[in-house]
Design a protein around this ligand. Structure first.
Ligand code: 7RM
Length: 668
């Protein structure tokens, strides 16, 4: 590669190299893909030099960088101070007044965007609805007025429990308009999970629907709300969107049809100015143990992060059709289905249902039908597509695509290659975005048109983001030596606290490495300074004195032609400390057998080294995952360690309970 690294990790004389807690790295990924001249010519950041220059300047004077960038937003009053940092508490754009819904809607109404699609919705049954900016603005104003009618005031929390329908985005923006922080709960979560979240944030109003379509059936969304509210007495009103027209029970004096309510209010709702630091939303993340954390984001900084990263990383243009497959119940749905796209005047395509309904080509059908230009999905989905087979892509014209994104987990290099070749036709940059609920927006990702790509690496940090890989003492590790991924200074879209628990905020994110933000990922940087996420720190394997990240071993397994997915965990072992146990799923049509096990062990030894060879390989039908598609290694650890496969841990965020039952029976 001819490019100069932006920031070199510490020189090899560093004592960090001898730190026994570092993570060893052995995967040898050598492929590099330079941006095409065609893409670069039209891109916002058209060369690596330009990225480097802007990145360096942004770190040299972050206030100047963020202050200048914030002028791209629409303000009622500009700020007095860009950042006030009293570790670990930050305030951004102090003294400024802003309204997020104005930035996503009103400011587009004076020009040509007014009659452009803001949202294109495709329901699972195939129904399509398009909302222009003007129409969306009207809907948001109506719902905002309904919320006011039900007594919601600035600062009051509103729960949103909706399937992937336009009303989910409308509800979020309506809350933002009147300064009522929303808390979206994924509509696939149980009544119990909903109840717990309602009570934690003290919401008085819930916005929900009768149901939603998923795999051809109408989900019983409202019924879950009814059950949750048995244990959440503070909720005064439930506003119900009619989506499926299924039968629901409406409790008089508490439950109201939203379409009836909107008929009784004005469509004019003046947007009020709010402080930059006014809370915008609370989003719960389950965390591996204990009660869910309510991640609190505030208005101006969050919006700026979403706005800028959408603009630069997706190179989003008004004429693009942009399709992000994430649910609004996940941070990706907040930042990159709603706020970032709309603040840029983009067109956000929303799909209600399952990727394999009625058949495994649904996403390709959608891309072809709506001529999608930018497609953003998760590695878990990509691995499913690979498993289902390439034949599902063949009948569809995917030539409208010009950029592909990935988020949620490390993308295995083989899955990256498949995505690049089969979906992107080798013309689309793959923007692998590392970030978290807590970071609010993308933190590490390649700048399309500028950053040379390496399959499996999220590459380099965003402007103003001081990311590093450090040892336990906070010193940067040498190239290719793994450690903890930290951010060394505040950024505008960072979480402000854990709702109602500042002590937990401090302890969880700011106490591991002095002066740094740490949220649990292990990583290494290569000789070019590129970041490679090796998995969650809690999942790191300890084999005969070597610490191995899960992602490299899994990527080695997935690079075998018969394997669709792999999850690797440690099992206590007297001799080695930990034995490596691999759970693998096979591609359609492949037969399991002892021969394959030996072949896989040999394959891992060849790709990484004998140390990483799994001691045990289990063929599984599926792997336990969260609703957003992350593999739950915590549960697999229990399965691996217990002879009966007993699970005692929390399984409330598990997507499919059957997976665990089947794993217990899995042949080993
Ligand atoms: C956006 C999101 C955050 C965790 C994070 C990582 C993992 C996310 C990537 C990734 C490697 C990526 N928010 N993660 N993106 N790992 N490469 N591009 O996922 O709060 O739900 O999860 O997800 O472990 O810490 S999240």
């Amino acid at each position: 590669m001819s490019t100069v690294p932006v920031a070199k990790p510490a020189p090899s004389s560093s004592v960090a190299a001898k730190n026994a807690h570092n993570i060893d790295s052995m995967l040898k990924e050598k492929r590099v893909f330079k941006p095409s001249a065609k893409f670069a010519a039209a891109a916002r950041i058209g060369s690596f030099k330009k990225y480097e220059k802007m990145y360096k300047a942004s770190l040299k004077d972050p206030d100047q960088f963020w202050g200048k960038a914030a002028k791209e937003l629409t303000w009622f009053r500009t700020w007095k101070k860009v950042c006030v940092w009293k570790p670990p508490f930050a305030e951004w754009f102090v003294g400024g007044k802003i309204n997020a819904s104005v930035n996503c809607l009103d400011r587009h109404l004076d020009g040509p965007l007014r009659n452009k699609a803001a949202i294109i919705f495709e329901g699972e049954p195939g129904d399509v609805t398009t909302l222009t900016y003007q129409q969306l603005h009207r809907e948001v104003c109506l719902v905002a007025n309904v919320l006011k009618k039900h007594g919601v005031k600035a600062g009051d929390r509103v729960m949103i429990y909706l399937p992937m329908i336009p009303e989910a985005v409308i509800a979020m923006l309506a809350c933002a308009r009147i300064g009522a922080p929303h808390s979206v709960v994924f509509s696939g979560f149980s009544a119990e999970a909903l109840k717990e979240r309602i009570n934690d944030c003290g919401a008085k109003v819930v916005i929900t629907s009768d149901g939603g379509f998923r795999r051809g059936v109408a989900l019983k969304v409202k019924r879950n709300v009814d059950e949750a509210l048995l244990g959440a007495p503070k909720v005064k009103s439930v506003l119900v969107v009619q989506r499926t027209k299924q039968d629901v029970t409406m409790t008089p004096g508490r439950d109201y049809w939203l379409h009836e309510e909107t008929q009784q209010v004005s469509s004019v709702c003046k947007a009020e100015p709010f402080d930059s630091e006014h809370p915008l939303f609370i989003l719960y993340t389950s965390g591996s143990t204990g009660k869910p954390k309510g991640i609190l984001h505030t208005t101006a900084g969050y919006l700026l992060g979403c706005h800028l990263t959408t603009k630069y990383y997706f190179d989003l243009r008004p004429e693009d059709v942009y399709f992000c497959t994430a649910d609004v119940g996940w941070i990706t749905g907040h930042s990159y289905v709603a706020y970032g796209v709309l603040s840029n005047g983009g067109t956000s395509l929303i799909y209600e249902g399952a990727p394999n309904h009625p058949e495994p080509d649904r996403f390709w059908r959608i891309i072809d039908r709506h001529k999608v230009n930018i497609f953003y999905t998760a590695p878990t989905a990509i691995r499913s597509f690979i498993k289902w087979g390439d034949e599902w892509l063949a009948p569809h014209d995917l030539s409208s695509l010009r950029l592909l994104g990935s988020v949620g987990e490390p993308i295995n290099p083989e899955a990256w290659m498949w995505y690049y070749e089969k979906v992107g036709g080798k013309r689309c940059p793959i923007v692998d975005t590392w970030w978290q609920t807590e970071t609010g927006c993308h933190m590490i990702a390649p700048m399309p048109g500028a950053t040379p790509l390496k399959p499996g690496s999220a590459t380099l940090p965003f402007f103003g983001v001081d990311a590093a890989v450090v040892d336990d003492n906070g010193n940067e590790t040498e190239p290719n030596v793994g450690g903890k991924l930290v951010i060394r200074r505040p950024w505008p879209s960072m979480l402000r606290t854990i709702y109602g628990d500042a002590a937990r905020y401090r302890k969880t994110y700011w106490s591991e490495i002095k002066g740094c933000y740490f949220a649990g990922d292990g990583a290494r940087r290569d000789k070019d300074g590129y970041f490679w996420i090796v998995g969650r720190i809690d999942d790191v394997l300890n084999v005969a004195g070597h610490r191995l990240g899960t992602s490299e071993v899994e990527s080695a397994l997935v690079s075998h032609p018969d394997i669709a997915e792999a999850a690797v965990v440690g099992r206590p072992d007297e001799l080695k400390g930990q034995a490596v146990v691999a759970f693998v799923t096979l591609k359609n049509g492949v037969q399991a057998g002892p021969g394959l096990k030996e072949a896989l062990r040999a394959h891992v030894a060849k790709e990484i080294g004998p140390i990483a060879k799994p001691d045990e390989i289990r063929f599984a039908e599926g792997l336990p995952k969260t609703r957003s598609g992350k593999i739950m290694r915590r549960l697999l650890k229990e399965v691996a360690a217990s002879p009966t496969g007993e699970i005692k841990g929390d399984t409330t965020t598990l997507e499919d309970l059957n997976v665990i039952a089947k794993l217990k029976q899995a042949e080993d």
